[in-house]
Design a protein around this ligand. Structure first.
Ligand code: PGA
Length: 256
C-alpha cells in the first residue's frame, strides 16, 4: 500500500520564539494540515522543540529533532539524547543530514548509531542520505546510497516503517531540485536496497529533499516512489509551507 505522504519542514538553525508562534498559528488556520491524506512534521532547532510542541498541541502536526546523541545519557556536553527528546514532545528525529556530516564530520558509523538509538528509544528516525555532485558525475550515486543505507540498516530493522530522506547534496539549498525522473530512479534504488537489507515486507517511506517548493512539489510527488518531502528553505515561510501541504493533499492516497 502506498503510504500517506509525509511533508516535513527542516528549519535548520532558523526561526525564534515569536516567528515559531506565528508559524504555528498559521498552520492551525490551514485546514489541509488536518487532512488525513497527509502527515506533517516540523524540525525546529533543539531549544524550541518544547515551545513548538506546545503551540501545535491542538493540531495533528508532529515535532521532530534535527539530531541526537547515540547514548541515552551521560557526560556529553551540548548533546541531546533520544529519551530527552521524547520527554519534550518529539516524535521524529533526523539522522545524518548532510550538513551534519559536513559541519561535524559525522561518519556513516556514527549516523547508524544515532539511527538505531532513536528507533530503540521509540522515536521515528529519518535517515538522510544522498550523493554529492562529484559523486554523481563520477557515476558513484548507487554506491554511495548503498553504503549509507547499509551501515544504518545492517542486521535489518524491526521498525514498523523505515524512514529515509533522499537528499542529493547538490540539490540542497541550491534552487536546483532533482528532476522527478532522477528522484524516481534514486528512490526505486533505495527501496530495493531497503528490501534487500530488511526483507521484502518491510514498510518504508522515502522522502525527497533538496530545493522542494510549492512550484515543483506536485511533479515530484506524482512519482510513484516519492512518499513525501524534507523541505528546508521553503519550510521557513508559513504561507509557502501551507501551500505545499495544500498541493500535496490532492495527491495523497486517501484523496483517491
Ligand atoms: P532545501 O533543504 O529545501 O533548502 O534545499 C532541504 C534539506 O536540507 O533538508
Amino acid at each position: 500500500m502506498t503510504p500517506r505522504p509525509l511533508i516535513a519542514g527542516n528549519w535548520k538553525m532558523n526561526l525564534r520564539s515569536d516567528e515559531i508562534r506565528s508559524f504555528a498559528e498559521h498552520l492551525a488556520r490551514t485546514p489541509e494540515v488536518a487532512d488525513p491524506a497527509v502527515d506533517v512534521v516540523l524540525f525546529p532547532s533543539a531549544p524550541y522543540l518544547s515551545l513548538l510542541a506546545t503551540c501545535l498541541e491542538d493540531t495533528p502536526v508532529e515535532v521532530g529533532a534535527q539530531d541526537l546523541h547515540p547514548e541515552q545519557s551521560g557526560a556529553h556536553t551540548g548533546d541531546v539524547s533520544a529519551p530527552q527528546l521524547l520527554d519534550v514532545g518529539c516524535v521524529w528525529a533526523l539522522c545524518g543530514h548532510s550538513e551534519r556530516r559536513q559541519d561535524h564530520g559525522e561518519s556513516d558509523d556514527l549516523v547508524a548509531r544515532k539511527y538505531r538509538a532513536a528507533g530503540d528509544a521509540g522515536l521515528r528516525p529519518i535517515l538522510c542520505i544522498g550523493e554529492t555532485a562529484e559523486e554523481r558525475e563520477a557515476g558513484l550515486t548507487s554506491e554511495v546510497l548503498s553504503r549509507q543505507l547499509g551501515q544504518a540498516l545492517a542486521g535489518g530493522d524491526t521498525s514498523e516503517s523505515i524512514g529515509v530522506a533522499y537528499e542529493p547534496v547538490w540539490a540542497i539549498g541550491s534552487g536546483r531540485s532533482a528532476t522527478p525522473e532522477i528522484a524516481q530512479e534514486a528512490h526505486a534504488f533505495i527501496r530495493t536496497e531497503i528490501q534487500r537489507l530488511c526483507g521484502p515486507e518491510v514498510g518504508c517511506r522515502i522522502l525527497y529533499g533538496g530545493s522542494v517548493k510549492a512550484s515543483n512539489c506536485r511533479d515530484l510527488l506524482r512519482q510513484s516512489e516519492v512518499d513525501g518531502f524534507l523541505i528546508g528553505g521553503a519550510s521557513l515561510d508559513p504561507v509557502e509551507f501551507a501551500d505545499i501541504i495544500r498541493r500535496c493533499v490532492g495527491l495523497g492516497p486517501s484523496a483517491g
